[in-house]
Design a protein around this ligand. Sequence first.
Ligand code: AMP
Ligand code: TRP
Length: 329
Amino acid sequence: MKARVFSGIQPTGSPHIGNYLGALKNWAKIQYDYESIYCIVDLHAITLYQDPKELRQKIQELAGMLLAIGIDPAHSSLVVQSAIPAHVELAWMLTCVTPVGWLERMTQYKAKSAAQETIGDGILQYPVLMAADILLYDAKVVPVGDDQTQHVELTRDIAQRFNSLYGETFVMPETRLPSVGARIMGLDEPEKKMSKSVIGSGHAVSLLDPPDLIRKKVLRATTDSNPAVDFDRLGPGVANLLTIFQAFSEWSDARVRQHFAGMRYGELKKQVADVIVAALEPIQKRYHEIMDEATYVARVLEESARRITPIANATVEKAKRAMGLYTPD
Ligand code: AMP
Ligand code: TRP
């Protein structure tokens, strides 16, 4: 039997090249080597307020985008988290074995809670729900960007604690980062991670940006006071542009160095924009075709949920038995 892969993405904002290079590209690539489950995590999205109408629409659009980047529903399951109640059931059981201190230490919790006037309990619980997502399916491999490494580590800690208290129940998952592009930075602020929630016209390249907008954003990207690429003195902005190029092109380090050493920033930016446009063009074309087919996305989501719900329910049952909770025989 093939080992299982699980990963998730929130249906908030619009997916960008950081999501693509950090995670989604890997999802499409490894799906034939594993049994893959990819999940639109709407229950994670609501840890911060979402407009209900917009959320519904974003779930559909994100599903269409995941199909467009190459998730193949004949091989992989593509599901919406809230369609499978087992995620929440297991999350509660895991909550009860998780010390609050572990959750308060999470970098993402600290960043998100600092930005809120009142801190919803969901923001604190967020990584426990993520642990439930992963552990429900005995996933061995979790392909994510660098910012999720800490959450996958926490998942292992929670699994270990549950196993030691109640007996071997969960499989230990491992993070799978891409070799290049695990952390793409904002074009305008290369010290900050490219983020869906930053509303700035020059911050992120959305996967649906038209070519002229992509070129405009890349040409405006922050660099430094050097005139040309110097690999001994790479500022964060130029390093980020080179990473974006390399992650899209899949060139070796040596080839990238040889090609870009001494290149003026204007030309570097032009070539970075070209490689992005070339990669996104076929994705955008497929996206529009998929969204034009009235019931296709809904059908994929329903079939996938039907396929994997029994796996999730079996794990909940196993965890309930392990804890001594009521299970009708
Ligand atoms: P999110 O949009 O937070 O649901 O993230 C979906 C996936 O994209 C996760 O695996 C993240 O680690 C990854 N990701 C998000 N932002 C970036 C970024 N700037 N660079 C690389 N990967 C990212
Ligand atoms: N927290 C992840 C993010 O924001 C999304 C996510 C939820 C996830 N559940 C998951 C990723 C399970 C991997 C596995 O990017």
